[in-house]
Design a binder for this molecule. Structure first.
Ligand code: HEM
Length: 217
């Protein structure tokens, strides 16, 4: 047996485990969507399991999950740094793309169900309602990150430029939290919890960056 085929055979179970874990995470990330589709087809108050105001329920549900996935994707690097769980890294791209996926559904539910394609109203909301302006800004900034998430794009841009571009997430996460905070109006616990988590995650990254600078103690 050649050296190559021996190492190939040895890594096969590892490859299988890696692929299986990716498929498992992929399916788990689809669960919120499956759950809300299930609710939509379940009888309940106001006609379905989505309650008396289904479009508001759907929009908020998708917004919540967009923010959760954004924070989960943001947590990958700190988890890897602090716990040295290198294996979490392989899910980072998928988690980021799921954040983009749920934000896109959140935006779609707003355009289709809430505004029924009345583009004038949508434009006026974007311009006049600050929490929507802020949400839209975070969505627009997520687009280049989603588009450049492939290995091919990392190669084309070069690792440094790619990393610099993806640092925009340091702005997107606070803006997404601000969007939630402004939308709820007044001081409310839930948006504060999300903002607190985002702050801790960003602080860990900043602290790690300074610590790993040459010459830092
Ligand atoms: C990164 C981008 C975004 C994130 C993470 C996000 C997340 C959220 C969250 C967490 C909520 C509150 C849900 C709740 O009350 O439980 C929300 C509400 C809302 N978002 Fe977003 N959002 C984003 C972008 C957008 C965009 C682009 C639009 C539309 C242009 C938008 C429109 C809305 C509206 C209209 C509500 C309030 C719904 C209501 O009053 O019931 N969001 N969003």
């Amino acid at each position: 047996m050649t050296q190559k085929s021996v190492s190939g055979a040895a890594s096969r179970p590892g490859n299988f485990r890696r692929a299986a874990s990716k498929v498992a995470v992929f399916i788990i990330c689809l669960m919120p969507l499956a759950w809300v589709i299930w609710l939509a087809f379940t009888p309940g108050v106001g006609g379905s399991g989505l309650g008396p105001n289904p479009q508001e329920f759907l929009n908020r549900f998708l917004g919540d999950w967009a923010l959760r996935f954004l924070l989960i994707a943001l947590a990958v690097t700190p988890i890897r740094m602090l716990l040295r769980w290198n294996w979490v890294f392989r899910f980072r791209r998928m988690l980021g793309l799921y954040a983009f996926f749920y934000v896109s559904l959140h935006l779609t539910s707003y355009v289709v169900l809430d505004k029924q394609f009345f583009w004038d109203e949508i434009w006026s909301d974007i311009v006049k309602r600050t929490f929507i302006t802020v949400g839209m800004a975070s969505f627009v900034m997520l687009i280049p990150l989603a588009v450049t998430s492939t290995a091919g794009m990392v190669k084309r841009l070069g690792a440094n430029r790619w990393r610099r571009l993806h640092q925009i997430v340091y702005l997107i996460a606070p803006l997404a939290c601000l969007h939630f905070f402004m939308m709820r109006k007044g001081v409310q616990l839930e948006p504060m919890i999300y903002a607190g988590i985002a702050t801790v995650l960003l602080m860990i990254r900043i602290w790690h960056r300074f610590r790993s600078r040459p010459g830092a103690g």
